[in-house]
Every structure is written in structure tokens, then in C-alpha cells.
Design a protein around this ligand. Sequence first.
Ligand SMILES: [Zn+2]
Ligand SMILES: [Zn+2]
Length: 147
Amino acid sequence: MNIISNISFLMVGFAGMEFFSWFIHKYIMHGPLWNIHKTHHVHTKGFFELNDLFSILFGSIAIILIFSGVQSLDYRFWLGCGISLYGISYFVLHDILIHRRVKVKKKPKGKYLNGISRAHRAHHKSNQKDKAVSFGLFIVPFRFFKK
Ligand SMILES: [Zn+2]
Ligand SMILES: [Zn+2]
């Protein structure tokens, strides 16, 4: 295993998660599992939402991959690291900077972060299963970057 393929698997894990979670969000969460995801669209009391189950699911996949590949540091390990990195970035961006689940002074700044937070707020404009737009987090329609 060389460094190039390790980094490639790391990036595949990260980028793959953006597509995977876009797909799950659009077709599963706003589909058959809307009842669970709804808890993220409709304001609920308390810190945890039923919707957090999805993060636990994605996190478990990453942990299983890391554990099964840690001895030989093979592709599973690097894929798992990529997925974890995605999960951490998602949490910081989506849960802290956009939804302010943890109170910090920092606000999304810069053209890119402003654009994706605008896109995600547009996703939340609707509390309904079928009316939502923009399901990705890091890759969003270009129009959100224009003022
Ligand atoms: Zn949604
Ligand atoms: Zn959200």
C-alpha cells in the first residue's frame, strides 16, 4: 500500500459520502424514512433528534471499516477514515455552524461557506417530505453562490 492509494481511498470515502448521503437524504429520508428525518425539519425540544440515528448508522459503518482494516492498514482503514472525516466536517458545518446546536461565536464566513449554508437553509424552508430542495451539503446548486 503506497501513500497515493491511501490518500485516494481517503478521498473516495469522503467524496463518496457526499453522494451517498445526498442520495439517502433525497430518496430515503425524504421518502420511506421521513418519519425519522422529520425530527430534523420540525423543531423539537432537547439536544437529540431521532434523525441523529442516521449519523450513528454512518458512524458505525466507518468504525467497522476502520477496525477491520487497522491491522494491515488496507483500503478499509482509509475508506473508514475518509467517512469519519466527512462525518466530522458535516457535524462542524451542519450541526454547529448552520444549526448552532453547540453555541459558538463563529459564523460561516467566505463565499463558499455562505453559499452552502444558504443552500441548506433553503432545504429547511419546507417542513414537508416532498417540497424540499438541495439535498447535498458540500456540493449544492451553483445559484446559491450568487448574491
Ligand atoms: Zn431534509
Ligand atoms: Zn439541517
